[in-house]
Structures are given as C-alpha cells and as structure tokens.
Design a protein around this ligand. Structure first.
Ligand code: FPP
Length: 244
C-alpha cells in the first residue's frame, strides 16, 4: 500500500462504516452496464478490507445491500446477490490468512436461502479469528434493525414471563441489536458526493464522525481510506459534552 497521507499516532478509529456509493455512476460514465460498476465495486471492497486489516482497524462495516435496495431491477438485485455469494466463497482463504472475522448485520430472513446459508457459514468458519472484523450490512436498514431489536427485547421478556418492562432503556434496546458487542462506529464514510445517511447505522452512528468523499466507490483506493482516517484524527470529539 502506498498512502499519500502519512497517518499520525493519534488514535485510529476502532470502527469504520462505509456507504459504498457510486457504482452505477462509475459504469454510466464509462458507458458500461451498472452491473460492471458493482463488479468494480467488489474489487474496491476487497482492497479496502486488506488495507483496513493492515492498518489494524478492529471493525469495518460495509453497506452492501439495504432493505430499500430490493426496489432495484430483478437483474441488478440478482447480480449483486451473485457477487456476494462469490465473494463469500472465494475470500475464505484470504480471511484465514489474515485472521479476518466475517459478521452480518441485517435480517437474514429476507435473504435468498443460499446467500443466508453462505453468510452463516462464513460467519461460523471465521468466528475465532481475532483480527479485523468485517461486518457485511446485507438486507440491512437502520430502522429495521431498531424495530427487530425492540421485537427481540419484548420476545425475551415474554419468554421470562415478566411482561412489558417498566422502563424502556437505551441499554435494553442496544443490547438487542444484531451485534451488541460491536462498539459504535467512530467514523462513517460515504463516497460519490452524496450527503445522506440512507438508513445506515442510525442507532449506532449517533456520535460517529462523518467523512464525505467525492470519489466514486470503484475509484476508491487505500490512499482515500488513509485520507479519511487522517481527517478523523483531526476532529475533536465531544459526544455532546460541550467545549472544555
Ligand atoms: C451503491 O452504488 C452500491 C450498492 C448498492 C451495492 C454495493 C455492492 C458492492 C460494492 C459489491 C458487493 C460487495 C461486497 C463486499 C460483497 P449505486 O449502485 O447506488 O451507485 P449510483 O448511486 O451511482 O447509482
């Protein structure tokens, strides 16, 4: 990796989330099919996963497919699901070599059964790896994640036959999210010059630092990741606490 930005010793973000946007526009500009943009987007994702692992980032959440992305054409949805399947199969040796753990955020029940199975297997096969944790946000929506968390909480209470809790707490809801052990993202990156959260990590991202890049995702490089981390390192995080 040849970063154009030299990172300082300031703390690295523990958890980075990326909204990988701009695959379609990348393809359009090159007069290619949108699917070609997703193929290039997958190559970029692999590059960035390796870079994050080399930088000793602990958690990387990639927004692969949202609960709203089902509105796209059947051809595009089928292509992205095919890419995900291929990625999960082909990268296993890479995860093993780099001790990368794969995890899932999102509702597995809405996924095609073969994808849900591959994903569950990849999560299981890499469960013991202590390096970077890559969280694939797949059939993921921030609102849906909160609704499912509240549902889980109520279910667990019903099972305990305690009924509805006297007090609804943040800790109670947070503890029922898909991956309650994963710390909140410190840095959320969005590529391709869009300035929206698009339903990504709504709960967990409450105090994330946002970084927006004009570059389309297929053109993103390790140097862009370093630039985003460097910008993060210059931010002053107060978590609502005011100036010292
Ligand atoms: C957004 O670009 C991209 C997606 C909805 C799909 C992201 C999928 C990949 C990068 C490939 C799979 C990756 C992994 C890690 C398995 P867009 O299509 O909305 O672009 P546009 O806004 O320019 O149309």
């Amino acid at each position: 990796m040849a970063p154009s930005v030299v990172l300082t010793s300031s703390p690295l973000p523990r958890h980075i989330g990326i909204i990988m946007d701009g695959n379609g526009r990348w393809a359009q500009r090159k007069k290619q099919l949108r699917t070609q943009g997703h193929l290039e987007g997958l190559k970029t994702a692999k590059k960035i996963v390796k870079a994050a692992s080399d930088l000793h980032i602990k958690f990387l959440t990639l927004y692969v497919f949202s609960t709203e992305n089902w509105k796209r054409t059947a051809e595009e949805v089928g292509f992205i699901m095919g890419l995900v399947k291929q990625y999960l199969k082909a990268e296993l040796d890479f995860y093993r070599e780099n001790r990368i753990r794969i995890r899932h955020a999102g509702d597995p029940e809405g996924l095609p059964p073969d994808i849900a199975r591959e994903l569950a297997e990849a999560c299981e096969d890499t469960r013991s790896f202590e390096g970077l944790q890559v969280i694939l946000a797949l059939n993921y929506g921030g609102r849906d994640a909160i609704v499912r968390a509240v549902g889980r909480w109520f279910d667990s209470l019903e099972k305990l036959e305690k009924g509805i809790p006297a007090k609804i707490t943040e800790e109670g809801i947070r503890g029922c999210l898909d991956n309650p052990d994963i710390p909140d993202p410190d840095l959320i990156i969005r590529t391709a010059g869009e300035y929206r959260t698009s339903n990504f990590l709504l709960w967990e991202g409450a105090y994330a630092e946002y970084y927006f890049s004009e570059t389309l995702w297929p053109d993103w490089t390790e140097a862009d990741l370093c630039a985003a981390i460097s910008a993060y390192q210059q931010r002053e995080r107060r978590f609502g606490g005011g100036n010292p």
